[in-house]
Design a protein around this ligand. Structure first.
Ligand code: IVH
Length: 667
């Protein structure tokens, strides 16, 4: 073996290892720059010595010469589809059918897996080397997408170990993680190109590229969930062990896969995944339940193109199509004008939606939507439904025009230079802005006035019981009790909640004032920096810009806000109503900030407090609370139904604390 040969082999092994650490374990050991350096060295070696090139070389991940067309691939073992269940009743019927067929009434052992929303792909390994990858196609014949698949970092070009069958076909789903999808679309928009509608389309579009160097730039990933052709070697006799084995050979397996026994555990799994669905870093559209035991699978067999031993229980669709009937313009707290789509009601994301946001006029232009079109509406988790694209153009299309006058108060609508959002110039004369500012003032993260929700604010405003936020503190129980759907008891509760809200924090109070672009975090920074309201009110533009996350624009909004005489009057009236907060202590040493320098992640639901209360308490002790787990995380606090973050923490060896341990920590 020549020195070059040896070095090339060494580089390949090292690069495979770091690739696996990075993409499969999400736990890189070297920097990107170092990796690129090693890759370039191998590229050079191969270019100078073509005889050193191998099929599994990591240099093959950057993309090959463009193809003129994909060639067809015949699947020796057909790639099947799955039967669907749309309710727990249908799932129970499936389970019963299987127990009848197996002539065994004991609980069946299933493997529950997220139904990944991507594209089914087949990977063929000969002697442990990836030699071909294909799409599912019609299940019998697919397309050869080997060059594209090779660019996906989480797919091994060579399997780890040496105990694999000589021929092994692995199947799974190629998908685009939500985060990567967001970034890809942002990039496309910046370049003036059309963004993708959803991660599935983006994954499909990326895999269908004839030029694999484009695919190489797309953030694709793969989870494996089945085995097709196996020759000269064997695999375990059940689904879970097979997945485990594939994992040992270096293939990526979804961490949410779990063994469940009997229908009640299936239901629990479904509920839990529906609960954490929006937190998962990838899109799923349901759960696949598979009989674990392969002998039982064989006994159950197939019906037409689907196995009898598996079923997909679908989640309510997050995207649906419906007709855009009209567009109305809503006025927000800061006067922002938002176009709102009035839709033919449609069931999406588990609820009936008849209104959806269109964000702003730029977005309307970008989507190219007109009244009368059939549009795609998306509602994921508890996120506000939005119109994401035109599905089909309407026969009669009406152009959407932004009004020049505020629909609520008639003031001029102005569009500041460089801004996408137009605003009503009416300020406190605009009833819509006043109502929204009252709602914001009372909201949970602001003054937290329990019971003072959106509908009640509108009633109180319309009855002229509240004209500005300070009027809240002059409300009388007997007046409130007279309102529709209010009784004496609820009026009394409201007055008590208003009274209780007077004990607050400076940060909450600042946030509650609703200064433009001063969110929760900025309000907190302002409070911690200046310590008193007076100092914030009188701070100069320069002094404000010294605060963390306050830039020139936010600083100028703050200065403008406090300059307005009517805002000063309202603040005075609020303080006269005895709103107060504890003085902020200047923390001098670490003993008072025992968690300084520590980083925590909260996941799942807590029983004794909300996540945001826990966050506030940890932050008060000096800790940082972030949303994603990394090696730098001190510990993760896992409440009930903790999902992927917990799995990731366990994988990275990050400490996991229970709710009780959190309580001790805070105490
Ligand atoms: S198993 C014989 N497992 O669902 C069973 N499929 O409707 C073959 N899918 O084409 C599929 N996640 O694209 C299986 N964990 C999972 C899956 C999954 C997503 C897709 C796959 C397949 C379709 C079947």
């Amino acid at each position: 073996m020549t020195i070059n040969h040896k070095r090339a082999e060494e580089l390949r092994t090292t690069l495979h290892h770091h690739n696996y650490q990075y993409y499969v374990l999400d736990d890189p050991e070297i920097s990107d720059a170092k990796y690129d350096g090693l890759l370039r060295e191998l590229q050079q070696l191969e270019a100078d010595n073509p005889e050193l090139f191998t099929m599994d070389s990591p240099t093959q991940r950057v993309g090959a010469a463009p193809l003129s067309a994909f060639t067809s691939v015949k699947h020796e073992v057909p790639m099947l589809s799955l039967g669907n269940a749309f309710s727990s009743e249908e799932l129970a019927a499936f389970d019963k059918r299987l127990r009848n067929r197996l002539d065994d009434d004991t609980d069946i052992e299933y493997i529950a897996e997220p139904k990944l929303d991507g594209l089914a792909v087949s990977l063929l390994y000969e002697k442990g080397i990836l030699i071909r990858a294909a799409t599912r196609g019609d299940g019998t014949t697919g397309e050869d997408i080997t060059d594209n698949i090779r660019t996906i970092g989480s797919i091994p070009l060579a399997l780890k170990g040496d105990d694999w069958p000589q021929t092994l076909e692995v199947r799974g789903e190629v998908y685009m993680p939500k985060e990567g999808f967001k970034k890809l679309n942002e990039g496309l928009l910046k370049e003036g190109e059309k963004p993708f509608i959803n991660p599935r389309n983006a994954a499909a579009g990326s895999l269908r590229q004839l030029d694999s160097s484009i695919t190489a730039t797309r953030p694709l990933a793969m989870y494996c969930y089945a085995v097709g052709l196996v020759k000269d070697g064997s695999i375990p006799d059940n689904q879970l062990d097979t997945l485990e084995q594939l994992g040992q050979w270096g293939l990526r397996i979804c961490p949410e896969v779990k063994k469940v026994k009997g229908i009640s555990e299936c239901n629990d799994y479904y509920q839990n995944l529906a609960y954490i669905r929006s937190e998962l870093p990838y899109e799923i559209d349901g759960i696949v339940f598979k009989v674990n035991n392969f002998d039982q699978q064989k006994e159950l067999g197939f019906v037409s193109r689907a196995p009898r031993w598996a079923i997909a229980q679908k989640f309510p669709a997050e995207e649906e199509t419906t007709e855009l009937l009209d567009v109305e313009f809503q006025v927000g707290r800061t006067g922002a004008i938002t176009p709102v789509a009035r839709l033919e009601p449609v069931f999406v994301g588990g609820v009936t939606v008849s209104n959806a946001t269109l964000h702003n006029m730029d977005e309307i232009k970008r989507i190219g939507v007109y009244i009368g079109d059939t549009v795609i509406v998306k509602r994921a988790g508890d996120v506000i439904p939005k119109v994401v694209a035109v599905h089909t153009q309407g026969k009669k299309r009406i152009v959407i025009e932004q009004p020049t006058q505020c629909p609520e108060c008639g003031s001029d609508i102005l569009l500041e230079e460089g801004e996408a959002i137009a605003r009503c110039s009416g300020g406190l004369f605009c009833p819509a802005q006043v109502k929204e500012s009252i709602k914001h003032f009372a909201s949970r993260k602001a003054m937290d006035i329990d019971g003072l929700g959106s509908k009640l604010v509108v009633q109180l405003y319309d009855q002229q019981l509240i004209k500005h936020i300070d009027d809240i503190y002059r409300l009388k129980a007997e007046d409130v009790a007279k309102l529709e759907r209010m009784g004496e008891k609820s009026a009394e509760n409201l007055i008590n909640a208003i009274e209780a809200s007077k004990q607050t924090t400076l940060a909450r109070f600042i946030y509650a004032l609703g200064i433009r672009e001063v969110g929760e975090a900025t309000a907190k920074s302002l409070a911690e920096h200046f310590l008193t309201l007076e100092k914030i009110q009188t701070a100069t533009q320069e002094a404000l810009e010294e605060v963390d996350d306050v830039g020139p624009i936010v600083a100028s909004h703050i200065v403008t806000f406090f300059k307005q005489p009517h805002n000063q009057e309202i603040i005075k009236a609020l303080l006269d109503a005895n709103i107060s907060w504890p003085e902020i202590e200047i923390i001098a040493d670490e003993t008072q900030q025992p968690l300084a320098g520590k980083t925590y992640v909260l996941t799942g639901s807590l029983t004794s407090m909300t996540r945001s209360q826990a966050k506030e308490k940890l932050q008060a002790l000096g800790a940082k609370v972030t949303g994603s787990v990394s090696k730098k995380t001190t510990a993760i606090i896992a409440g009930e139904k903790a999902g992927s973050k917990l799995t990731k923490a366990e994988k990275l060896g990050v400490m996991v604390l229970s709710e009780e341990q959190l309580a001790e920590l805070i105490a």
